[in-house]
Each structure stands twice: as C-alpha cells, then as structure tokens.
Design a protein around this ligand. Structure first.
Ligand SMILES: [Zn+2]
Ligand SMILES: [Zn+2]
Length: 373
C-alpha cells in the first residue's frame, strides 16, 4: 500500500477535505502535465500517478473503499466503470481540467470559440413602498432591463436555419479527443461548445450572441408584513444563460418610505400624540390614527406626563403570514404654547399664581430625565 499511497501522491493529509484534494490535484496536474514537460518521463509517470490518486480520492465511495482496504479494495470494487479505477477518471475531469485545456487550446489554436454553457446573471432591483402597502401587501410594477434569449434565432446565434453548419473541429460530435503521448482525453469541443454545430451566418438581430437586451415589466407581489431591507427572490427572472446554462434570479429588495405619522419598531408602530398643557393636566380623549386608515380614540388620564406611552394592543404591523400583529404605541408629546394670546397669557399668569413661587421640584427632575433619557 505504501507504494500506492494516494494521499502522499497528492501531498494531502488523510483527513483532507474534497476541496483540498481538488486544489492539490490541480496544482500537481498543471506542474507535471506532459505538455509542459515534453520528453520528461518522470513528469509523465507522476502525471499518471496523480490522475490515479485523484480518481480514487475525489469520489466519496471510492475514497471510503480506499481508506478501508487500500488500492486493492478499489480494484476489487463492484463499480468498476469503463477505464477502471486505475486510470484517469475520464468524463468528470472535464470540469476540473476545463481551464487547463482552454489555455492549451487558446495558445495553440486561434479561431473564434463558442462560449460554454453559463448561467445567466442574477439581477437586483430596489422597490420603495409605503408603510400602508407593507402592512397590506402590494403588487409593485418593476421595470428593468435584462438579457433574454434572442427571439429571432432562438438563442442559436445563427441566421434562420441555414446559418448553422457542422463544426469542423469535432465533425459534429461535440467532443474532441486530445492526445498526448499515450494519454488520450475526450473533452467538450472548444469550437462549438459541445453543440456539434457552429454559426456560419450570424443572426442579424443579436449579432450571433443568441441573446438580446430587453426591457421587461413584471408585477411583483410584496407579501404582507415585508420589512425594510427584506429581499424577495424571483427564481429564473434574471438574465438568460448561455446555452443550457439556465437563467439567473431576480432579487427584489424592499425599502419603506418615510411615514408622516408612524415610526416602525419591528412589529410595533410608534405615534407621537401631541397634547396641550391643559389636556395633559385635565385629561382628555385623544384621537390616534391607525395604519388601516381610520382613527381610534384613547383616554388620556388627568396629570399625564410628557413621554408617557399608551399601548394600543394589536394595532401595529402584521408579521409575515399575518400570524401575529404588533401594537400601536402612542407617545405623549406635550406642546408648550409659544405664542399666547393676551387672554391666554392672563390665564397662565393667574394659573401660575395658584402654584405658588416654588417650582414643583420633583416633577421638574423627572421631566428632564425623560427628555434627556
Ligand atoms: Zn439572434
Ligand atoms: Zn465542435
């Protein structure tokens, strides 16, 4: 087993993660690839060894077998596919070697390559809604530009049906054999991206890219209870992908407009309830607006201090799914009149006389505490 220690071959510990194994393999494969070491037999042998080690360790089942029984366990394994465990793992190397081969082909080849399948980009859009809309839920029109599959050519990038011709590089097979010494690999054809066809005459509408910018308008439903910063995902509504890459997603971020009366605190709503000095001292009925649009009345008892909060149960915001409702908090603001009429001034002076000369000390203190706190 020591002659065949796959972990040592890749230079990783036995508890290495999949990612560490992959990274180690890539590094070594790049270093000792036969193309970079022409005629170097040692590099060639090492290249073969790391391929074998990676084939075993990159597959969870095979790795388990190998950990338990060593390389012999793999040879005896039931799942031996074409090529066996001892050789290069074939098709699944496409991903890992993609960029390496890309480089080789670019260096060697020239010529216009067709892009590989790629997922479309995700898009982000911000919407601003009122607090009332957030409370009830709302449908918002969202207008934005995105990349869509070209309608004229259906994404092929070729003019009508005659614009495509068989790919000369792979003779229509979509895959090419890449041979180096006694190694032979099959990989996706770099010229047609695996399609087996290339564009002879490009589509005029999209210039051969198969995609086009489009302005779209979608009605997005913002659910009841959405809060500032909430993000909704509209699956597949982003940019179209290339080939079979699939579309990206559209992310809608919700922002709440400033409200003239309410301040939102989680599920509760805060409302400043202005009273004049007489109302606060004598007590009164105060009218408080509610998010649904109507008003409710609360009883302000005589002697109510500035800053006192009255809780009106379940008149706040709804939680998503409307399972819970917050409260409405009416916070008393006592307005001290700045412009007194002569009559009011007279009354205040008379009132002041009834309090005597000593200011109400304790009251003053707690009053300031509330303001400053
Ligand atoms: Zn087109
Ligand atoms: Zn091809």
């Amino acid at each position: 087993m020591s002659a065949n220690d796959y972990y040592r071959t890749l230079g990783v510990p036995r508890n290495a993660s999949d990612e560490e194994i992959k990274t180690a393999f890539r590094k070594l494969a790049l270093k000792c690839h036969p193309d970079r070491n022409p005629g170097n037999k040692d590099a060639e042998a090492q290249f073969k060894e790391i391929g074998e080690a990676y084939a075993a360790l990159s597959n969870p089942e095979k790795r388990k077998l190998y950990d338990q029984f060593g390389a012999e366990g793999l040879k005896a394994g039931a799942g031996r596919g074409p090529g066996g465990f001892g050789g290069w793992p074939g098709a699944d190397l496409g991903d890992i070697f993609g960029d390496i081969f890309d480089n080789f082909f670019t260096e060697a080849g020239g010529g216009r390559r067709r892009p590989r399948a790629r997922r479309g980009a995700d898009l982000k859009y911000d919407v601003e809604i009122t607090l009332e809309e957030a409370f009830s839920g709302v449908k918002v029109p969202v207008n934005f530009d995105r990349t869509e599959v070209c309608e004229v050519c259906g994404g092929t990038g070729a003019k009508a049906r005659t614009g495509l011709k068989k790919c000369a590089t792979c003779r229509g097979a979509g895959r090419v054999q890449y041979a180096q010494g006694f190694f032979s690999f099959s990989q996706t054809c770099p010229d047609c991206g695996g399609q087996g066809e290339v564009v002879a005459t490009p589509c005029r509408d999209c210039g051969g890219s198969g995609r086009q910018k489009k302005s779209v308008s979608l009605n997005i439903k913002i659910p009841q209870g959405a809060d500032e910063g909430a993000v909704l995902r509209v699956s597949g509504a982003g940019d179209a992908g290339l080939r079979e890459g699939g579309s990206g997603d559209l992310y809608i971020q919700v922002h709440l407009k400033h409200h003239p009366h309410f301040e939102r605190q989680d599920l509760d709503l805060l409302y400043d309830c202005s009273l004049n000095v007489a109302q606060a001292a004598l007590g009164c009925e105060a009218s408080v607006p509610v998010i649904e649009g109507h008003k409710t009345t609360i009883r302000i008892p005589a002697g109510t201090q500035h800053g006192r909060v009255f809780r009106i149960h379940e008149k706040g915001m709804l939680a998503p799914g409307a399972k819970k409702r917050g409260d409405l908090l009416a916070r008393v603001r006592i307005e001290i009149p700045a412009d007194l009429t002569p009559r009011q001034k007279e009354l205040f002076e008379e009132l002041c006389g009834t309090f005597g000369h000593e200011p109400p000390r304790v009251e003053e203190k707690s009053f300031f505490k509330k303001i400053l706190g």
